[in-house]
Ligand binder design. Structure first.
Ligand code: MG
Ligand code: ZN
Length: 226
């Protein structure tokens, strides 16, 4: 493929467009399949270490008596995150991307093959920790959940607008560290006011439990009504 890339970049651009078009077609099919089964799918994205797996564990542990969950966990290597979810009453499949720094729709199709969608309420896809390219790949999800943790800094919305613009909910995590670290929530709110006024910004801490009710209520409200 590399040999076809001409100077000037025209060919390169069409190659990238074709990859994204192919991904979109697979994502569309994933979404259709999930909808046929009455499953709501969430694509959870953030930088590494912002607390995705911890939040997932808390969320499912709290709701698993009322709602049925499955999880696809994307990581470059290791099955550690899937193992951390192993004590839950949920189907969990780890997808190792090797060197790939994001999940694509075909990997999600393969993940779906391992799951029984019957009776499922939610599929949560924990994307590879990365603030850049996961946002460019539709996986067939219905909702995008974006996490931003206090230790990452209050400048991230302005720096990574492609991640925050299509968000359906934004979770400011590790808020137990507000007041300890230099983080100005009003700066995040101001930056969001320019790119996304639709998504609620919820402040949560998996450690103290602060804000968990608001997040869990939001999630309950997304269940497909039958
Ligand atoms: Mg994780
Ligand atoms: Zn990537």
């Amino acid at each position: 493929m590399e040999g076809t890339l001409r100077k000037g970049g025209k060919m390169k651009i069409s190659v990238v467009e074709n990859v994204l078009k192919a991904n979109d077609a697979v994502a569309h099919e994933n979404r259709r399949r999930l909808e046929a089964a009455g499953v709501r799918a969430l694509n959870m994205m953030s930088a590494p270490g912002s607390g995705k797996t911890t939040l997932l564990h808390e969320t499912i542990a709290t709701l698993q008596n009322d709602l049925r969950f499955a999880v696809l966990v994307g990581d470059l290597q290791t099955t550690r995150d899937a193992e951390r979810l192993g004590d839950l009453d949920a189907q969990v499949t780890q997808i190792n991307t090797g060197r790939g720094c994001h999940l694509d729709a075909t990997q999600v199709t393969q993940g779906l093959e391992t799951l029984d969608l019957e009776g499922l309420d939610f599929l949560i896809i924990e994307n590879v920790g990365n603030m850049v390219c996961p946002a460019g790949f539709d996986l067939g999800e219905h909702l995008r959940v974006i996490l931003l943790s206090v230790p990452e800094g209050d400048d991230k919305v302005a720096k990574y607008p492609t991640l925050f613009r299509p968000a359906d909910v934004i979770l400011l995590t590790k808020v137990d560290l507000l007041g300890i670290l230099d983080f100005d929530v009003s700066r995040v709110e101001e930056d969001l006011s320019h790119i996304n006024t639709r998504a609620p910004l919820l402040r949560i801490s998996s450690k103290t439990g602060e804000g968990m009710d608001a997040w869990l209520n939001w999630l309950r409200g997304q269940k497909v009504r039958s």
